[in-house]
Design a protein around this ligand. Structure first.
Ligand code: ATP
Ligand code: MG
Length: 720
């Protein structure tokens, strides 16, 4: 391979970063300036020029998608595979370490990973078991507290007892939660990181082994590492200067989840021989988009301060659309995507980005109605669906009987005649005797009188799991899943469920078999680890991966948070409204508001060529109707970068106000008194007209259905 191909497509500053000698390097630069590109090229450089084996390289990125992309880009550059390289997310890599060294990590070999919904369920049960009032001790808040402690590396035993009643109670719950998890072999996401850190910290031999193995350590999106992640990196690179990190303080968007922007400063203290490299040219976006994004982020006070430039030319103006309501917003966006595709654009180059998962539904419905393939990242993901989690719970129990979260989940799903009383008895024994629910169930059978019906049901359940687990031996992974689907009674259960939902659940169970068939544990598999456990961990860790065909050309839907690091030619930033974005909770807290603004900066800088910003004048969300004001971020965009668009016409925006201005009075489609026909309501007479363009509405007196207001862009009225 020719070395010039590694450095030719780089500018001077990028080249300096790629070829810097082996020392600590911090690349600090704005969005789209080539940080990720530099990181990939540097790894290729180390392999190609410095002769370091891929085996000796560790790379951490923020999402599984980014990790896959990085590996692909690297293999393209090198023209050979780098499967021995460790590349993944902090959670994924921590999981890999714990699986390899479960004993030293004080975990059972069959430990299971809980996602946050599982974790919440365990906490809920705990709160009930401790007789705490859920309204005073909301499980979500407890979950937040526990995870925040773990992110800071603190176990319950590290906390000082204070006189504070609240604090004392939280601590008691944390302690009890740790006990349950230990007893059940359950590991939540924050625990993965904490335990992986403790594993290396407390096992000098292991630490030395990995320090020697990883000659080079790289981190993308460094601004969003939390305390424990950074501590883990420091252990691995202790005494060596082999840590290469890239990041952007303006894109730090996980403060609410424990990320510490201070790590950028700590890095500079901990690695005194470090070099800082700044990149200033943006290669991603056109001039208008970049100028607008620069301006918005400049409103923040807490910044290191840097400005990006581009030589890409001004490009198109940013488009602003004021929708009548959330339906109209979805209608508009999908309409524009259709036009994009008609003009030869790829669907996968178009992304709809929103602040909160709840916003995706409207877009999904509209996309579905128009037969446009799409893929939602995040949201209620495949592996998070109830039917899938039920099947997985059986599989988990087969692997680890002490998994209380799974036991709870399926002890009575499908119902098997076990009353609440019997289940409460099991919980009580588990609590009193500090044992898992499984052991408690056995104890109950031995020690306490039960009704014959409950006894049969419980014995039936325990035997079912034992039988499944014996029969699973020697089966292929997907055959195990198929067996569970059939013998657990889940298929029967959903067959009897009425309507489309039952059908859909059955399809999903089939899809799970498929997922198991396609599952490739990658490097872990080569290490001869238990495939079922790897698959189950994959289900928790990579929940977003099984939806839609990865390679199908489909529109991309995701939250702003999950769009980090990605780029798309056409971007819709939707729901630009006060209360939604910035979110309600952040509007009177400066630090949180600045984090929201960084999120806006992240969103805008995803766009390469065209950026649409939309907001709705009225919105129904979380079951409530509201009339929000346009987001303050819209006002922060220079007027000359933006144009207001209507459904059918485009006009320039004359001044820097976020309020839409009626610029063109369009001719009315119908006259007052005119007779019209509607597919559902039948025949009627137009009483009133109001609004314009996409917002044009008519009040119609239908012969059968009575008086109704209809949006003309949806109603498809026919003049009679
Ligand atoms: P973000 O902060 O959003 O993660 P980034 O700094 O990691 O962005 P990249 O994703 O690496 O930026 O690069 C942005 C785009 O610019 C990519 O399409 C990349 O291929 C391109 N690019 C980067 N550097 C150059 C260059 N020197 N010449 C041409 N294109 C470049
Ligand atoms: Mg990047």
């Amino acid at each position: 391979m020719d070395i010039t191909s590694l450095i030719d497509p780089l500018n001077d500053a990028q080249r300096a970063a790629v070829t810097a000698p082996n020392q600590a390097v911090l690349v600090l630069a704005g969005a789209g300036s080539g940080k990720t590109r530099v990181l990939v090229h540097r790894i290729a450089w180390q392999i190609q020029v410095e002769g370091i084996s891929a085996h000796g390289i560790l790379a951490v990125t923020f999402t599984n998608k980014a990790a896959r992309e990085m590996r692909n880009r690297l293999e393209d550059l090198l023209e050979h595979s780098v499967h021995t390289m460790w590349i993944g997310t902090f959670h994924g890599l921590a999981h890999r370490l714990l699986r390899r060294h479960a004993k030293q990590a004080k975990l059972p070999d069959t430990f299971q990973v809980m996602d946050s919904a599982d974790q919440l369920r365990v906490i809920k049960r705990l709160v009930a078991g401790m007789n705490l009032d859920e309204t005073k001790w909301p499980p979500k808040q407890i979950q937040w507290y526990i995870n925040a402690q773990k992110d800071e590396g603190k176990r319950a035993k590290h906390q000082l007892e204070t006189g504070d009643v609240f604090q004392r109670q939280m601590l008691a719950v944390y302690r009890a939660y740790e006990e349950i998890c230990d007893r059940s072999g359950l590991v939540d996401f924050a625990e993965l990181l904490l335990r992986a850190h403790e594993l290396l910290r407390d096992n000098a031999d292991l630490l030395e082994f990995y320090q020697q193995r990883f000659l080079r350590v790289h981190v993308d999106e460094f601004q969003d590492t939390n305390t424990i992640q950074y501590a883990w990196l420091r252990l691995l690179t202790d005494g060596k200067d082999n840590l290469f990190v890239v990041g952007d303080d303006d894109q730090s968007i996980y403060g609410w989840r424990g990320a510490r922007i201070e790590n950028i400063f700590s890095f500079q203290q901990h690695y005194p021989n470090h070099q800082v490299i700044k990149l200033e040219q943006n290669y991603r976006s056109t001039g208008n988009i970049l100028k607008a994004a620069n301006k918005v982020i400049s409103v923040n006070e807490a910044r290191m301060g840097k400005e990006l430039w581009t030589d890409a030319g001004e490009g198109e103006l940013i488009s602003l659309y004021a929708a009548f309501n959330e339906l109209d917003e979805a209608y508009f966006v999908v309409d524009r995507i259709k036009a994009w595709v008609n003009e030869g654009g790829l669907r996968s180059d178009a992304a709809i980005l929103y602040r909160s998962n709840a916003q995706s539904r409207q877009f999904e419905e509209k996309l579905m109605a128009t037969g446009t393939p799409y893929r939602v990242y995040g949201g209620l993901r495949f592996f998070e669906r109830a039917e899938i989690k039920n099947a997985l719970a059986y599989l988990r129990l087969m692997s680890n009987r002490d998994d209380d979260a799974s036991f709870e989940r399926v002890i009575n799903t499908p119902t098997r005649g076990l009353g609440a009383k019997a289940i409460d008895d099991i919980r009580l024994i588990a609590k009193d005797q500090s044992m898992s629910l499984w052991s408690a169930a056995i104890t109950l059978l031995k020690q306490k009188p039960m009704t014959p019906r409950a006894k049969n049901a419980l014995v039936g359940f325990l035997e079912l799991i034992d039988r499944l687990s014996t029969q699973a031996e020697g089966l292929e992974l997907h055959e195990k899943v198929q067996m569970v689907n059939e013998q657990s009674g889940l298929i029967e259960l959903y067959k009897n469920e009425k309507g489309d939902r039952g059908e859909e659940k059955l399809e999903n169970l089939d899809e799970l078999i498929n997922a198991a068939r396609l599952f490739d544990g990658g490097q872990e598999n080569e290490e001869n680890l238990n495939e079922l456990d790897l698959f189950l961990a994959h289900a928790s860790l990579e929940a977003g991966d099984m939806q839609g065909e990865e390679f199908e050309d489909c529109v991309q839907l995701m939250t702003l948070h999950s769009a980090k690091g990605l780029e798309f030619k056409l971007v819709f930033l939707v729901g630009m409204e006060e209360g939604l974005f910035p979110s309600q909770q952040s509007s009177d807290d400066i630090a949180r508001l600045e984090e929201e603004r960084r999120l806006c900066y992240v969103g805008m800088t995803r766009a390469m060529r065209q950026l649409y910003l939309t907001y709705a004048e009225s919105r129904r969300i979380y079951g409530k109707e509201s009339y929000p004001r346009p987001s303050r971020f819209l006002r922060e965009i220079p007027a000359e970068c933006i144009q207001e668009v209507r459904m059918r016409a485009t006009v320039s925006r004359p001044q820097a106000t976020a309020k839409p201005i009626d610029l063109i009075a369009q001719g009315r489609q119908f006259k007052l008194g005119q007779r019209v026909g509607h597919s559902k309501f039948g025949e009627g007479v137009v009483l009133q007209m109001e609004g314009e363009g996409a917002q044009e509405r008519a009040q119609i007196n239908f012969k059968q259905a009575g008086v109704k207001w209809l949006m003309l862009s949806y109603a498809q009225l026919e003049a009679l």
